[in-house]
Write a protein that binds this ligand. Structure first.
Ligand code: F6P
Length: 360
């Protein structure tokens, strides 16, 4: 008899292309090993309310491999350890209710697909006795311990395509085009999409920028006859000595919302260079649409590995890409850390070598 006969699967945090591919792989691999799967809707909310659950069979996941979003729904609010409802006693801790519901549902283990926040909650439940395996998800690619997360390749491909389109209009009008991409604490999307799209300047959270340095680079381009320039800026990029640009500050149960640095950079560049400048925010377009082939394959490998671990009774782990293998690493080693772009990363050094400026 396998140690696990009935598992729950949930998706938490912001969506990323490839979530459905993981769900599909989990359901198919589990059912083929004689394990039943229960889909839990809207992250851990599905474990607060049994009416927000449904059995998933291979038939239920047929055709979802190529779909963006998640058939289970998701939320980046509602941490059961600190539910954002104000009571006279402060925040409510629903975690015991989740554990009780988990047991009442006859579940033996959970597959939690999510980013840093969701994996942190998964780890807390593991410490409370729920057998958990985590699957890392984020387009930002900043989860510690895995070289890549599904969703990142799709976001980069979309952003590179957008930069290609902006090149032609920038050239036609002899303008500076500023493209704001996602990346709260790490510049992986900005760097990879910027290099793939041939950006002249890339601004990222790891390298605080100096406006004068950017202007110098753009003037050099003018001097050799290039009449347009492309600047890619991560939403989390900051001027040297400055702060991140926010749409909304953090409030109870909600993290801060970043955005607006593209407009700030564009406005300053127009003033300092005298060149017409426009900006575009790619925003959630980077999270939508069908996953690339790379992301479908990675998501499928993650889902398959998660079930293999559960079947062997290995819990408290996150599946991670460590080429050429998918490996389990302790959730305890992952939580609370962010994988930023190392300053000696070879792509960063190569980009500098070919003349890309980083504003430093
Ligand atoms: O973490 C992934 C991400 O897409 C970030 O790049 C971005 O800042 C954030 O999520 C946006 O979150 P929301 O969908 O809540 O606006």
């Amino acid at each position: 008899m396998p140690p696990v006969q009935r598992i729950g699967v949930l998706t938490g945090g912001g969506d990323a292309p490839g979530l459905n591919a993981v769900i599909r792989a989990v359901v198919k691999a589990a059912c083929n090993s004689g394990i039943e799967v229960l889909g839990l809707e809207d992250s851990f909310d599905g474990l607060l309310d049994p009416s927000r659950t449904r059995p998933l069979t291979p038939k239920d996941v047929t055709g979802i491999l190529r779909l963006g979003g998640t058939i289970l729904g998701t939320t980046n609010r509602g941490n059961p350890f600190e539910y954002p409802i104000d009571t006279s006693e402060g925040h409510v801790d629903y975690s015991d209710r989740v554990v009780a519901t988990f047991e009442k549902m006859g579940l033996d283990a959970l597959v939690v697909i999510g980013g840093d926040g969701t994996l942190q909650i998964a780890h807390q439940f593991y410490l409370k006795g729920i057998p958990v395996v985590g699957v890392p998800k984020t387009i930002d690619n900043d989860i510690w311990g895995t070289t890549s997360c599904f969703g990142f390749d799709t976001a980069v491909s979309f952003a590179a395509d957008a930069i290609d389109r902006l090149h032609t209009t920038a050239e036609a009008h002899k303008r500076i085009m500023v493209v704001e991409v996602m990346g709260r604490y790490a510049g992986w999307i900005a760097l990879h999409a910027g290099v793939a799209g041939g950006a002249d300047v890339i601004l990222m959270p790891e390298i605080p920028f100096d406006m004068d340095k950017i202007v110098t680079r753009l003037r050099e381009r003018e001097a050799f006859g290039a009449r347009f320039s492309i600047v890619v800026v991560a939403e989390g990029a900051t001027p040297r000595g400055g702060k991140t640009t926010l749409v909304e500050a953090a409030k109870r149960g909600h993290v801060e919302r970043l955005g607006g640095i593209g407009a700030v950079v564009a406005q300053q560049l127009e003033k300092l260079t005298g060149k017409e400048t426009r900006y575009v925010v790619l925003g959630h377009l980077q999270r939508g649409g069908a996953p690339t082939a790379f992301d479908r394959v990675l998501a499928t490998r993650f889902g398959g590995k998660a079930v293999e671990l559960l079947s062997r009774g290995v819990f408290g782990r996150m599946v991670a890409n460590n080429p050429p293998d998918i490996v389990p690493i302790p959730l305890a080693d992952v939580v609370g850390k962010t994988k930023t772009v190392p300053l000696d990363y070879d792509l960063l050094r190569t980009a500098r070598a070919i003349g890309t400026a980083f504003g430093d």
